[in-house]
Design a protein around this ligand. Structure first.
Ligand code: PSU
Ligand code: MN
Length: 295
């Protein structure tokens, strides 16, 4: 295991001192944005985590190892050619010596092995639209249900079937908690989502809730924070999802395809909102991690 999993010294030392660490994924870097914007978003997210007083641990597969904590030059290797890794692909990709970009699910699986409890992302993966015809549920959800970790996101990616995903999260016992909101943020847009029963007003309250949930043997929680800038692109999403379906784009390719179409058709506006919300969620995850680590 020690051979396969390589934790950066700074991350290891910070964890050993019981201080705040936030896991970040590499799928966003490789596939969430057209190059070179993904790397910029990754670096900005790391900077936001540091500003909040935590240490970033960006996770990905390089040179036969599952790496926890990457330097900027290593981050640049996560180009669109990188393989997208959910939890099931981690081992094979490492053994094959590929460059592997971890999704939220893949990142959580590694974070769990490493003892990292906080992660920031854009929107959680979930139940894809049209799942009754063609089953497609992101491994993000079951992996979160198995990990004692809190994920800060702007809700669930609204290109998915949001009601079906919230039902599945309930089935799996994953609390969905609004951060200063009483409705679920819809990724690009702050409003219009289903009501949430639980909300918190501060990172310290979020940390307290996570601790209580974990004390009861619970596992993952989703902390849902509205995007700093809100954009209503429901029509464009319909269009892009229908187009993916028509052109036979399926499985792991759906999310990057739809995000790409949205970025293009919105004149780059979805890309800008996506960037700001990812960085804000990285910062929020760090603030909760810092509150959790505080004596
Ligand atoms: N959030 C974003 N952009 C993304 C993703 C999340 O703002 O590209 C990625 C994450 O890596 C997430 C993945 O884990 O999409 C889910 O993909 P799938 O539905 O294929 O499991
Ligand atoms: Mn899928």
């Amino acid at each position: 295991m020690s051979e396969l999993l390589q934790v950066a010294d700074e991350v290891r030392e910070t964890l050993d001192r019981g201080e705040a660490v936030v896991a970040l994924e590499t799928t966003l870097v490789a596939h969430g944005f057209p190059a070179p914007h993904g790397v910029e978003v990754g670096l900005e997210s790391e900077a936001a985590v540091r500003e909040a007083g935590a240490v970033p641990a960006t996770i990905g597969v390089l040179d036969g190892r599952i790496r926890v904590g990457l330097d900027p030059r290593e981050l640049e290797r996560f180009t669109p050619e990188a393989r997208k890794l959910g939890p099931r692909e981690l081992a094979a990709s490492a053994l094959a010596g590929e460059v592997g970009a971890t999704t939220v699910g893949g990142t959580l699986a590694v974070a769990r092995r490493t003892g990292i409890r906080f992660l920031g992302t854009g929107g959680l993966g979930g139940v894809h639209r049209g799942f009754t015809e063609r089953f497609d549920v992101s491994a993000d959800v079951p992996t979160l249900a198995r990990s004692q970790a809190l994920v800060a996101s702007s809700g669930i990616k609204s290109l998915l079937d949001v009601p079906a995903t919230t039902e599945l999260l309930e089935t799996l016992g994953v609390p969905v908690v609004g951060f200063r909101t009483s409705t679920l943020p819809l990724f690009y847009s702050a409003d219009g989502g289903p009501p949430l029963q639980d909300r918190v007003e501060t990172p310290a309250d979020a940390a307290r809730l996570a601790v209580a949930h974990w004390e009861l043997g619970g596992a993952g929680l989703l902390l849902a924070s509205p995007p700093p800038e809100s954009l209503d692109v429901a029509g464009l999403i319909e269009e892009a999802v229908a187009e993916a379906e028509r052109t036979g784009v399926a499985g792991q390719a759906v999310t990057p395809y739809v995000l790409g179409v949205l970025h293009e058709r919105s004149g780059g506006r979805t890309r800008e909102v996506n960037r700001t919300l990812i960085v804000a969620n990285a910062r929020l995850a760090a603030e909760v991690a810092v509150a959790y680590a505080a004596p």
